[in-house]
Design a protein around this ligand. Structure first.
Ligand code: SF4
Ligand code: SF4
Length: 374
């Protein structure tokens, strides 16, 4: 592990050039233009959701990463505070984005003011309406609140994030023309039929940011476990990241990064680029392995559960626990479901009425959530 960390630091120092005594070749992290915003994020951004060590965030900034994504809801409400503290001394050189879960104008306005305090900044670069999987979750009053926040100088650009409902949301936001940046789940498990819609949104000037690029991680939780080490070593996780960022219409990505080794792995992956033969084989094998477990958020099962369960969301929470190793965060999400839905038990159904065309074992996964979190 130490050797890897040293490798990263050597790369970082090379990147910082001026501070490096030697004439080592620079490992330049590419940047892309984020639609009409004109911002130039590094293709590798930093999703801070699962990071509990602020020094990893500082190391990423030292290495040249300039895009940091947070939300107050992460880590029991502490994530914005930590990110703000880590990046305060270099705020003007970086882009920080955050999100609001608010459903009314008054809620989102109050939420933003707290966000700025927690992040110790007078503005954020992109402010997302968080996790909106259908147009009904984006009423005009929330877009109005975003416009007013821009006018007040608290926000530079307006965003919307979603985990599912891609087709509907991409079409809606492109048509609506009130959004500068889209943050969406996007990875190798998703049908490439989405790409034309993403390209269309990008061509309309919307900046595109990819999250969930590792498709749930699923390297068996924390460093040290055999599967974690195997998938890191054989490059499967790196291949997943490379797959997402090889698309020119994806302007930046925000994989979760928990420690210096993951930072190193991701940094090197993006600089190396996707190799169809090697990386493609690794991803095909990973797809086969995670098929029964990982929900691709295609939306095909929406509304199918007669008990009203939001199946895709619940399976995502299980992947937070089993893929990312973030049990507390996973349970926090589950506990936000309405109480009557938390009380449903799949074991009471004689058969599962929900079919997944992608092979996810829905009743097993939702039962697992009920067993772990209810
Ligand atoms: S469970 Fe299957 S059908 Fe439902 S959203 Fe996920 S991948 Fe699509
Ligand atoms: S088994 Fe679970 S997911 Fe399937 S129909 Fe019953 S309650 Fe819904």
């Amino acid at each position: 592990m130490a050797g890897t960390r040293r490798g990263f630091l050597a790369g970082s120092m090379a990147l910082m050039g001026a501070r490096n005594m030697s004439a080592a070749p620079a490992m330049e992290m590419p940047k892309r233009t984020l639609g009409k915003t004109g911002l130039k994020p590094t293709v590798l951004g930093f999703g801070c959701m699962t990071t509990s060590d602020a020094s990893v965030i500082e190391q990423a900034a030292d290495a040249g990463i300039n895009w940091f994504d947070t939300a107050r809801g992460y880590q029991n409400g502490n994530n914005e505070r930590m990110v703000g503290a880590a990046l305060k001394s270099r705020r003007d050189k970086l882009h920080i984005t955050s999100k609001t879960p608010g459903r009314t104008k008054a809620d989102v306005v109050a939420h933003l003011d707290t966000t700025l305090k927690e992040l110790q900044t007078d503005h954020i670069d992109v402010w997302y309406l968080h996790s909106r999987s259908n147009p009904a979750a984006c009423p005009d009053e929330l877009f109005d609140a975003q416009d007013e926040a821009v006018k007040a100088g608290k926000v530079r650009f307006k965003g919307v994030s979603f985990h599912s409902g891609h087709k509907e949301m991409l079409a809606f936001l492109t048509e609506k023309k009130r959004t500068d940046v889209i943050l969406m789940s996007y990875n190798f498990t998703m049908a490439e039929t989405l790409d034309p819609l993403i390209e269309k949104a990008s061509a309309a000037g919307i900046g595109m940011v990819a999250m969930k690029v590792m498709a749930g991680g699923f390297r068996s939780n924390k460093p040290g476990s055999p599967m974690h080490e195997k998938l890191s070593k054989d490059g499967t996780m790196a291949a997943a990241l490379k797959w997402a960022v090889k698309k020119p219409f994806i302007h930046t990505s925000i994989p979760g990064i928990m420690d210096a080794d993951q930072l190193d792995e991701n940094f090197k992956a993006v600089c190396a680029g996707y190799k169809a033969d090697l990386d493609g084989k690794l991803l095909a094998a990973q797809l086969e392995r995670i098929k029964p477990l990982y929900c691709r958020m295609c939306g095909a099962c929406t509304g199918q559960c007669p008990k009203g369960l939001p199946v895709s969301d619940i399976i995502r929470y299980v992947s937070y626990a089993e893929g990312y190793g973030e049990f507390a965060m996973a349970r926090d999400h589950f506990k936000l479901l309405p109480e009557d839905l938390q009380e449903v038990r799949c074991g009471d159904c004689s058969h599962c009425a929900v079919a997944c065309p992608n092979g996810v074992r829905i009743a097993d996964r939702v039962s697992r959530a009920q067993e772990l979190f209810a």
